[in-house]
Design a protein. Structure first.
Length: 444
């Protein structure tokens, strides 16, 4: 009988713990509001993997065992890394924050970790804390800094049971999961405590898919087996600093403790990739994408997106109420490819002219699939016309009252009719913009 009572009490306690709600602090809500206003950020994937010029998954794709991969840090010496240049480039592009890989799936820390010597300060001839340098430069230039941290770790022996990746690194098929979580949380805590950051961008939770052996088999999984104890990690972060924002690239609806929801290589809810099928939650949103095809530096990847493609992605993201986190993968020497710098600066010039229609806006009430998205700020609605077939534009189900309509670029008036919920106006050839024709509607 005593055993039954004890078991009952344990179940009650577990239920209370699982039902514990996360109530974001005032500072956190203010940070979320800033995040939603920011709209554009720089993603940086950089690590010792850049030396091999085969992107950030090279350890997995080439089945490199740990004892061979550990040679990479011994000749990683990025003498051309310039924090000021990178932060300046982000500002020139119109970006408001930077998110950089402090530890990717290979387990190598790109900051001065005291938890492990497997880091850029202790294990490379370079011997400098690039994350600290970025932190200091971001503060000088008014850019916020986020820490990407991979929960997946192909290097740590206690990352066990193994997930579906990193199975050929030579680790023994033993380990202590709780010991790994303690290691992970210790690194996360030192990032939260020792650096002036705005939040965390977590990745790799998806690796622990039971009975899956590769990504194609793992696409449909929904993890139920391995307990990452995410809420414990999140609670620890918010106890260090309640304003820190937390997002996790787990391709699921956000859980308690998370502050924004991200979508990888996809606009929210679109799921064109096959792994981004999560519903859209109620938190601030972000979508991330690459300039070419790779996240980390890839010597043979010359498929660079055009400036128009990048601007349209930014506009569509804003029109879907999301930020756009655009990636660069620095070269082994720490420099950014010229093709990427040119594109970023050109996007920045577009934003100098049109940023009013992006920054600080929220999703508007007009969407015509692949042709029009809208953003709104106060009583101003911006229609971003991305594709035109003919001069006439028709928008059905327009249920707002209009004070006036004009072309955003030169503020010249637009003649329109609004009858039975259908808005009609024309865009002459000489008023069309190469990338995005913007119509400004002042609502009553």
């Amino acid at each position: 009988m005593k055993k039954i009572v004890i078991l009952f009490l344990v179940l009650i306690c577990q239920g209370l713990i699982s039902q514990e709600k996360y109530t974001p602090a005032k500072e956190n809500l203010e940070a979320r509001s800033w995040f939603e206003d920011a709209k554009f950020g720089m993603f940086i994937h950089w690590g010792v993997y850049s030396l091999l010029g085969d992107a950030e998954w090279v350890m997995q794709h080439q089945d490199i065992p740990i004892d061979r991969y550990e040679l990479l840090p011994t000749f990683f010496n990025p003498i051309d890394f310039d924090a000021k240049e990178i932060v300046t480039l982000a500002k020139e592009a119109g970006m408001k924050y930077i998110t950089i890989t402090t530890k990717h799936h290979d387990g190598f820390a790109m900051y001065d970790s005291k938890v492990s010597d497997y880091n850029i300060v202790a294990a490379t001839p370079y011997g400098k804390d690039i994350f600290r340098m970025l932190e200091q430069e971001c503060k000088k230039q008014g850019i916020k800094l986020f820490a990407y941290y991979s929960q997946l770790d192909w290097h740590h022996p206690d990352y066990f049971p193994r997930g579906w990746t990193g199975r050929k690194t030579g680790r023994p098929e033993t380990g202590n999961w709780e010991a790994y979580l303690a290691y992970q949380d210790a690194q996360i805590k030192e990032l939260a405590e020792n650096y002036d950051i705005a939040g965390f961008w977590f990745d790799g939770w998806w690796d622990q898919a039971p009975h899956k052996t590769d990504w194609h088999e793992a696409v449909e999984y929904r993890i139920k087996g391995i307990d990452w104890k995410l809420e414990r990690t999140y609670k620890m972060i918010h106890e260090v600093d309640p304003k820190l924002l937390i997002g996790n690239n787990h391709h699921e609806l956000p859980i308690a403790g998370e502050d924004f929801q991200m979508f990888e290589r996809d606009l929210p809810g679109k799921n064109t990739t096959g792994f981004g099928g999560a519903e859209i939650g109620s938190l601030p949103l972000e979508t991330c994408e690459t300039i070419n095809q790779s996240w980390g530096f890839n010597l043979q990847d010359g498929k660079h997106k055009s400036v128009k493609e990048l601007v349209l992605y930014l506009v569509k993201a804003a029109g879907n109420n999301a930020n756009f986190l655009l990636n660069v993968g620095p070269m082994p020497n720490g420099g950014i490819q010229e093709e990427h710098k040119t594109r970023l600066r050109t996007v920045g010039k577009w934003l100098q002219a049109n940023g009013e229609t992006i920054y600080g806006t929220r999703q508007g009430n007009v969407t015509v699939e692949e042709k029009i998205v809208s953003t709104q700020k106060g009583n101003i609605l911006y229609l971003h016309i991305l594709e035109l077939t003919g001069e006439e534009v028709r928008i059905p189900d327009f249920d707002r009252k209009i004070k006036k309509i004009s072309f955003f670029t030169d503020k010249t008036p637009v003649d329109f009719t609004l009858r039975k919920g259908e808005l009609k106006f024309s865009v002459p050839e000489n008023k069309r913009e190469h990338i995005d024709t913007i119509i400004e509607i002042t609502l009553k």
